[in-house]
Design a protein. Structure first.
Length: 252
């Protein structure tokens, strides 16, 4: 198969590119730095010509409400139009678990808008809604820090290892389109505050995590099940957060 990965040079995209190439597929790792731009349309039709599958793992350079909505709507419209023109048979998009349950988040509203465009297109599709990545926990801690204290609620959190996400994405890419949505998460649903506490301890970080049920997640209030899969048939990664911590943190 010829497969185009939009955002193919990022954390997830680069892993999917390597897995699919190892499987013998012709893979184009598309990004603006490679002359393929889903916002301006530069190089898009040329890159998609002859492609069987397009995978969209792009991300907005800005998380500001208006900018992120414009990014995902413009990019997705351009990609879908190019797919119709070139006869692409399967559009795979990476989205986020629980997007419609957190309407206060401008980023998640933008992801919902992206999903609606995909569903309305004539291109067969699969939307993969994933939970947060293990690799993002440090940034979450930084965002929730005030002086030396990290304020987070004890809602359930079910992050996934990026390698597990990429491996499942690679399988979905070469399978038939679902014309539906599948959820993907890590193997364990844990208290949000406890996950970040474990991360800081493992990194010998002196900050203290305070359990605060009113604390927000990147400006968004959470409910107990906001950050975990809503369905019973979610795909689960095999790597546990504690095992990943043990492998990736410095030992003293």
């Amino acid at each position: 198969m010829k497969i185009v990965i939009l955002g193919g040079t990022g954390l997830i995209g680069s892993k999917v590119v390597n897995l699919l190439r190892a499987g013998g597929h012709e893979v184009v790792a598309a990004s603006p730095s490679k002359g393929i731009n889903s916002i301006t349309g530069e190089g898009l039709t040329e890159a998609l010509t002859g492609a069987h599958v397009v995978v969209d793992v792009t991300n907005s350079p800005s998380f500001e409400d208006k900018a992120v909505l414009e990014f995902f709507e413009t990019s997705t419209r351009n990609v879908l139009a190019a797919e119709v023109k070139t006869g692409v048979g399967h559009h795979v998009a990476l989205s986020i678990v629980g997007s419609e349950r957190l309407p206060a988040s401008g980023y998640l509203r933008a992801k919902v808008a992206q999903e609606k465009l995909i569903k309305a297109s004539p291109i067969p599709y699969t939307i993969v809604r994933a939970t947060q990545f293990f690799e993002f926990v440090g940034r979450i801690a930084d965002e929730a820090t005030s002086e030396q204290t990290v304020h987070l609620p004890s809602v359930l959190f079910q992050p996934v290892f990026s390698e597990d996400l990429a491996a499942n994405l690679a399988k979905i890419v070469v399978a038939k389109p679902l014309n539906g949505t599948i959820e993907l998460a890590g193997p364990d649903a844990l208290p949000f505050d406890e996950v970040v506490r474990q991360y800081l301890v493992a990194h010998h970080d002196p900050r203290t995590v305070v359990t605060d049920e009113q604390a927000h997640y990147f400006g968004t209030p959470l409910e107990k099940h906001s950050l975990i899969p809503g369905g019973k048939n979610a795909l689960l990664g095999s790597c546990h957060f504690a095992d990943w911590l043990n492998r990736t943190t410095p030992q003293r």
